[in-house]
Design a protein around this ligand. Structure first.
Ligand SMILES: [Zn+2]
Length: 174
């Protein structure tokens, strides 16, 4: 494992240092709701819910790590997954002291830049300690993101995705 991830950006010419980490401020479905539905729901740093004619929708913020070949630190995505009401309530009830033996089923609720549609990929959510958001693992399917999750990405690919996030998308530097 070598040192700090860093590269000279082909987009802005600056040097970007540090492990790439990008996050979404909300689950995509919440942002697609009209203002009145959003106002009756809630969006926080870790939790989100709203109600529409189909019923209640529950989301939590989680972390997806993509290994970078030769680097100690992964490419980190801060993303949202939807949970069942039961899982959401269990997660909230254990928020101060997460139940590390729990695992929830979740649907990925963000469209990651670079990749073809990542919305509604199936995940498992694994609570960590109280100082860390849960991490997710991706269920088996034929998708580039799942391949990268399992096998990691090259430094060159990490750089390309980071440049895309830094300069061309809604994902924010975390
Ligand atoms: Zn740049």
């Amino acid at each position: 494992m070598s040192g700090i991830f860093g590269f000279t950006c082909t987009s802005c010419g600056e040097r970007h240092e540090g492990s790439p980490s990008f996050a979404f401020r909300a689950p995509d479905p919440y942002l697609e709701q009209p203002p009145d539905v959003q106002a009756r729901g809630s969006l926080g740093k870790d939790l989100c819910h709203y109600q529409d004619e189909e019923g209640e929708h529950y989301f939590i913020r989680v972390v997806l790590d993509i290994p970078i070949h030769g680097m100690a630190q992964p490419f980190i995505w801060g993303v949202w997954v939807s949970l069942s009401r039961q899982s959401y309530q269990h997660y909230r009830a254990h928020h101060a002291q997460p139940d590390i033996n729990a695992a929830y089923f979740g649907w990925l609720c963000n469209s990651l830049p670079w990749y073809s549609n990542t919305y509604a990929l199936a995940t498992s959510v694994h609570p960590l300690d109280a100082n860390h958001r849960p991490c997710i693992t991706l269920h088996e399917a034929d998708h580039e993101l799942i391949h990268d999750f399992k096998h990691g990405i090259s430094i060159a690919k990490a750089q390309q995705i980071a440049e895309l996030c830094l300069h061309q998308t809604a994902a924010q530097k975390a």
